[in-house]
Write a protein that binds this ligand. Structure first.
Ligand SMILES: [Zn+2]
Length: 407
């Protein structure tokens, strides 16, 4: 590389370094920045001017000291509203979107319904429409958007922006150049990122949620399908074939009668699914004739039971509900014990429907994991429910863009 090239890169590194320092402090003076970064005050002044022009830094007032000839120095502040990030997720029936500032605070959000197996071009059109709607609602100029990330269920190639296959959208076919399709509808200066939704769930937990500032995390979403996101030593991991985290198809009970969508029997995803939870209730209804579950299902059709109704009965210690939920807890614990051995995380964060099953469910799950895990793992690996709720994927996507921007 030429000397000029090296100087240019060094300049960029210094700029990002200073900007990150500003992000970490509430307010800071040139003297402090100069001292912390070991750069001269004139260099810092130049960097400040560069970022003030870009809108990322503002003057927050004057300092109290009068170190230089009695003149009070300026105090600078990172401007969280100097840029914005857009996060979206494509679920089985909805497209959700949010716009956040550089502190990942949601400025506005909106969503639109997707029909079952909706055509890919129609979904891409809706992505562009929601993007424009967010800008209109917030009156934010597109030049202020630092990037957009979209999470999706299915096998996704992050590097090339390709969806290998999405189980909810089989009509799309295979190897869809999704990022390219989206990029064509979005201003070209705005970089688009595409990844499996679980990777944004785990990133949301690391930046804003139950695993904040933890280096090794696995997030797990179970109930309808099963996905997981993996962060090892602060980095999202994807694996050579980009399938890391597809633990839903780990076979944990080969003698199970239900066949998984993948063709195998006893996949982790099936063993802990809401469908199987209902089947256990139905198969064992005669053993628990007094169960309040029969009163809940008004038309006597147990298939119509909602997970929430089962969780209510479980919280009320209904014997049939406890029997069925303990079965799910057992298999969830086996899957988690395997995950602990594979990835050795510090925290496992659970997303999805089971986060509504109550604290006792979590307690019983931890107890079961402890029974079957290695001794050394018992005391250290934490299992938590996500507290980010419905917006977790969208927030994680937006936060990923922000993080990339400052890296
Ligand atoms: Zn499977």
């Amino acid at each position: 590389m030429s000397t000029l090239g090296k100087q240019k890169i060094l300049k960029q590194i210094n700029r990002k370094h200073i900007l990150n320092m500003l992000r970490e402090h509430d307010k800071i003076s040139i003297a402090e920045l100069s001292k912390n970064a070991s750069l001269s005050k004139p260099t810092i002044m130049k960097i400040m001017k560069y970022y003030i022009d870009k809108g990322f830094v503002v003057i927050a007032g004057k300092g109290s000291s009068t170190e230089e000839g009695g003149k009070k120095p300026n105090i600078f502040k990172f401007n969280a509203n100097g840029g914005y990030s857009v996060g979206m997720v494509i679920t089985a029936n909805k497209l959700k979107a949010a716009i956040t500032n550089l502190k990942c605070e949601i400025i506005d959000s909106c969503n639109v319904d997707l029909s079952p197996n909706e055509d890919v071009d129609s979904v891409v059109d809706k992505i562009a429409r929601l993007f424009n709607k967010l800008l209109e609602k917030t009156r934010i100029n597109s030049s202020k958007i630092i990037g957009m990330a979209i999470g999706i269920y299915g096998l996704t190639d992050f590097d090339n922006g390709i969806v290998f296959y999405s189980p909810h959208y089989s009509s799309w076919g295979k190897n869809i150049k999704m990022r390219e399709k989206i990029q064509k509808k979005i201003p070209e200066n705005i970089p688009v990122i595409l990844d499996n939704i679980s990777r944004f769930h785990v990133f949301a937990e690391k930046t804003l949620g139950a695993a904040k500032n933890i280096s090794n995390i696995v997030s797990l979403i179970a109930g309808y399908g099963l996905g997981s996101g993996v962060i090892i030593e602060n980095d999202i991991k994807r694996g050579f074939h980009k399938i890391m985290g597809e633990v839903g198809h780990m076979v944990i009970n080969p003698s199970e009668e239900i066949v998984c969508a993948c063709g195998s029997r006893g996949c982790f995803e099936v063993m802990v699914s809401v469908g199987r939870l209902k089947k256990i209730i139905s198969d064992n209804k005669n053993k628990f004739p007094d169960s309040i579950i029969f009163n809940i299902s008004s038309n006597g059709n147990l298939e119509d039971l909602t997970p929430e109704e089962i969780f209510e009965a479980y919280k009320g210690n209904d014997k049939l509900a406890v029997f069925a939920m303990n079965d799910i807890i057992n298999w969830l614990a086996i899957g988690i014990a395997n995950i602990i051995l594979i990835y050795d995380p510090q925290v496992i964060v659970i997303h999805g429907i089971y986060t509504r099953a109550g604290e006792n469910f979590l307690r019983q799950l931890k107890k079961k994991v402890n029974q079957i895990s290695l001794t050394s793992v018992k005391k250290d690996t934490k299992i938590k429910f996500s507290e980010l709720g419905e917006m977790s994927g969208v927030l994680g996507a937006a936060a990923y863009v922000v993080n990339n921007f400052f890296k």
